[in-house]
Design a protein around this ligand. Structure first.
Ligand code: V0V
Length: 139
């Protein structure tokens, strides 16, 4: 079902400040950034310089709107780890398998994620207090 850990997501107030911090402090390298209007976020993907596969990334998420999930998370918790994203080969099949186990998915159908991936989320109350994202990368 799962083919790897795609990324962990950190909620931040200011994207550029957080990119600089991760680079200067840990040497992480910016590999991608985009605006996701649907999710109300500006986001950046960073890779560890010594990770030759580049498969697992750190995602920084900054809110664009007060009613976005990231704005609400920041209001409640301040900046910090917001999500764990598992990579799957078939997000529809993964969601179906999880529903069969009684796990709640946030969306009826997958939505658009980073770099045209297809994403859905498991409710944190059904995943040990962790917001789990499922990501099917674009082919
Ligand atoms: C809320 N809770 C969390 C949580 N957010 N627990 C762990 N991790 C989080 N990130 C807890 C919260 O403290 C409550 O616990 C409980 O869940 C239910 O909270 P709620 O008030 O009913 O719900 P909200 O309004 O806090 O919303 C939570 C959810 C929301 C997960 C439903 O954040 C959401 O829709 N997330 C999915 C979309 C998203 O996160 N987008 C941003 C990333 P108590 O107090 O009841 O115990 S976009 C992205 O990742 C992209 C584009 C990508 O990767 O490609």
């Amino acid at each position: 079902l799962l083919s790897g850990i795609d990324h962990v997501g950190i909620a931040v107030a200011d994207l550029d400040t957080a990119i600089d911090f991760q680079h200067e402090t840990f040497g992480l390298v910016l590999t991608h950034s985009e605006v996701n209007e649907d999710q109300g976020v500006r986001e950046a993907m960073l890779a560890a310089p010594g990770d030759t596969t580049g498969a697992t990334r750190v995602q920084l998420l900054a809110p664009m709107r007060e009613d976005s999930a990231i704005a609400k998370f920041l209001d409640r918790n301040g900046p910090g780890l917001q999500q764990l994203a598992y990579r799957v080969t078939d997000v529809d099949a993964a969601c179906e398998a999880l529903r069969t186990k009684g796990v709640r998915l946030l969306y009826e159908a997958p939505r658009r994620g980073t770099a045209n991936s297809r994403i859905n989320f498991v409710h944190p109350k059904d995943a040990g207090g962790v917001l789990v994202e499922l990501v099917e990368p674009a082919r």
